[in-house]
Each structure stands twice: as C-alpha cells, then as structure tokens.
Design a protein around this ligand. Structure first.
Ligand code: FES
Ligand code: FE2
Length: 396
C-alpha cells in the first residue's frame, strides 16, 4: 500500500468531506494556523470603524485605531468571555462589554473594569483583548492569522509570496473602489466541496450558461503557486457584454478575490460544521462606474454563485449518503482542484502526525493561560478526556 504522503494528491475520499473529526482537525491544522484573507482596508475608512467575523468557529473583529492602524482581536471579553463586539460592523470610540461593563480602547487595552480598582493583585495591564496577527498586503487586502504564538508557524510568504504583485492586477487601481455591501447565504455542504468547485471551470459549459456566453471556455486555465491559484480566461470580446478585465484569484484555504473594472468582490467559504458553510461575500464598486455597469456585474456574479450552490448542495447529499467515495480528476481541467486537495492533505497529515506524537490535540489558536494556578485543573480535564477515549466533548 502506498504511503498516505506519497499517493497521488487528488486522493481525498468522501469521508474527508463529511466527518466531524476531520473538520475539527482542519480547524486546528489549517484555520488556527494559516493566514486567512478576510477583507479589504477600504472597509475601515476612519478610526473606530470595525467589522466582526467568525471563521471555523473562531470569533474575532478588525478595527482601525486612533493612529490609523488596523488591529484584529479575539471577540472575547477577558473577564467572563462575553463577545465585546455585537454588531456585524459599525464605528466605536470605545469597546464596552455588555455583560459587566468592562471597556477596552481601540488598541485593545483594558480601560475600565468597574469596581475592580480596590481588588488585591488585579493588574489591568494583563487583561487587554487577545491580539490576532494581522497583515495588510500591497493591494490593501487584510489577512489574519489566529496562531496564538508570538511568531506564527506558517509565514505569509510561504504560501502567498507574490500574490499581491501579480502583474495582471496592475490595471486595477485600488484607490478607485469603495466598499459597497456584504451579503451571505448558507450552504448545506462541506467547505471543500465549494472550493473544489471554485477551482475548475470544467463545469462552466454545463452549469453556467452566463459564463459560457461571455468566456472562451477552451482558453480557461489556472496557474497554481503555493497557496494561491490564478484563474485565466479569454473574454469572447462582445462589446455588449459586461466583461473587460477580470482577474479571479483563489487564496488557500477558503477565500477568493475577483477583480473587475467596475467591481471587485471577496468570497469567504466559512465552514460551520463538516457539512455546512456560510458563504460570505463583500462587494466593492468602482466609484466612477455607472449604476447600470455595477448592477449588471453584481447580478451576474450572484447568479453564478447561486448556480454553484445548487451544484455543491446536490453533490454533497450523495457524499453524505455514502453513495460515493472518490472519482477521477482531469489532470488539466481539474488541475486547481488537485492542487487544493494536496495542500489540505499535507497540512492535515503533518498536523495529525504531530498530535499523534504528543498524544493529544494541538490547537495553535488556543491561548495559554497567563495564570499558572489553573495548570493543574487543565491537566485534570486532559486526564478525564484521555480516560474517556478522547470522544465527543473532549476539547484536548
Ligand atoms: S464578560 Fe465582559 S465585563 Fe464581564
Ligand atoms: Fe461555478
């Protein structure tokens, strides 16, 4: 039997697309330690502008501080864990927790803990919000990394070097765009089912008549580079079509950016469980585009996204039912799918091996307690879990 690491990359059976334990491993091995593309800095025009997100169950928010820097924090009050930010987006001068009234400044420092002043040994400076690593790339896109360690294990350059300097992006001046709106829809499928779908256009002639009409599908190709996949297609060049420059890029694990002249949008395929996702979109428009151009583009992409949802929902039903294990992938037409699957597999197998060697789960996003007093209680829990065979309910 070939070793799991040396088998052809595309071998990821249906079980990897429907099993709860695989999803939990993905949360630790991928979402808790890889850089995730989240949004664009245009969404935060002034100090105090914020937006909140949850990815694979990890809640965080991004906010611009008084100095103009963007920061990301876990959306968790350091007192008793209530979320500090409740609205999806907005502007704030101070972040006040609606449980017991602790409040934090825009740079995450604890400003007030009512009635704690006289409490012996209480040091306010120790209870700032937990910071999340954040990077703004050359084109203003905002990335975060949930790894709790000071130096992240997976460097941004390792997977994304040059993603923001692709020469084809030069025609789009980011200063010409404004944030327009966000929208989302739920999907009853594994997040990888949709990422597989995104990374090939083999299905376009059958399932996307709108794309087939404006695109020369024979020319469709993808270029894979570490953690990103550039999609290329020639437009049929009919001047009546909304086309012009279009540059879609997929970013591992769960995002994409589609740049066009009138419009750009981000997609986040946010896993909610092994078989459910929240499809989240952010739409930005070119300030000099007409309403007609913008609306046509918006309608076009929403149509395509709904067609993909239909494909994934129905494929996933069969994946869940056990009627399918795996099938052949076309070496050229499904090259992007092969690349994506091989990345997932590498990260899961590597992380799984580390966990085996340490005989416990390793969650890079887990914040270690600053208080050594609870170490014994943590060990007690670990011990109970190992006696229970690490079954459901064990977080170790
Ligand atoms: S949980 Fe936030 S103040 Fe108590
Ligand atoms: Fe599609």
């Amino acid at each position: 039997m070939a070793n799991i690491k040396t088998k052809p990359a595309g071998v990821l059976p249906a079980s990897w697309y429907s099993t709860g334990a695989i999803y939990e491993l993905e949360r630790r091995a991928i979402f808790a330690k890889c850089w995730l593309l989240i949004t664009h800095e245009l969404r935060f025009p002034a100090a105090g502008a914020y937006a909140k997100f949850t990815v694979a169950g990890y809640p965080f928010f991004i906010i611009r501080d008084q100095q103009g820097n963007l920061n990301a924090f876990l959306n968790v009050c350091r007192h008793r864990a209530f979320p500090v930010v409740l609205n999806d987006e907005g502007t704030a001068n101070i972040l006040a927790c609606k449980y017991h009234g602790w409040s934090y400044g825009l740079s995450g420092k604890l400003a007030k803990a009512p009635r704690f002043d006289g409490v012996d040994g209480f040091d306010k400076s120790q209870y700032g919000l937990f910071k999340v690593h954040l990077k703004v790339d050359e084109r203003g896109f905002v990335w975060i990394n949930l790894d709790a360690s000071e130096n992240v294990q997976v460097k941004w350059e390792e997977l994304f070097d040059s993603v923001d300097t692709q020469s084809r992006l030069g025609v789009f001046n980011m200063k010409n765009y404004r944030y327009d709106h966000s929208w989302d829809m739920d999907g009853e499928y594994n997040w990888k089912t949709l990422i597989d779908n995104y990374n090939e256009c083999y299905h376009c002639s059958v399932a996307h008549p709108g794309i087939a009409k404006v695109t020369n599908l024979e020319s469709y190709d993808v270029k894979t580079t570490n953690g990103f996949i550039e999609h290329y297609a020639e437009s049929k060049g009919n001047p009546a079509d909304v086309s012009g420059n279009v540059a879609p890029t997929y970013l591992f694990p769960n995002s994409s950016i589609t740049m066009t002249d009138h419009y750009f949008y981000l997609m986040r395929v946010v896993p909610v469980s092994a078989t459910r996702v929240s499809m989240q979109y952010e739409v930005y428009r070119n300030v000099s585009s007409t309403d007609k151009d913008f609306e046509e583009m918006d309608k076009f992409f929403k149509q395509v996204e709904n067609e993909d949802k239909y494909l994934c929902t129905n494929a996933q039903k069969n994946i869940n039912a056990g009627g399918y294990v795996t099938g052949p992938l076309h070496p050229h037409r499904e090259k992007g799918v092969l690349h994506f699957k091989s990345l997932v597999k590498r990260l899961l197998v590597e992380h799984g091996e580390k966990e085996k060697a340490s005989s416990g789960e390793i969650n890079p996003a887990k914040r270690s307690p600053d208080d050594a007093d609870i170490a014994e209680e943590e060990l007690f829990c670990k011990d109970v879990c190992s006696r229970a065979g690490g079954g459901a309910g064990c977080t170790w």
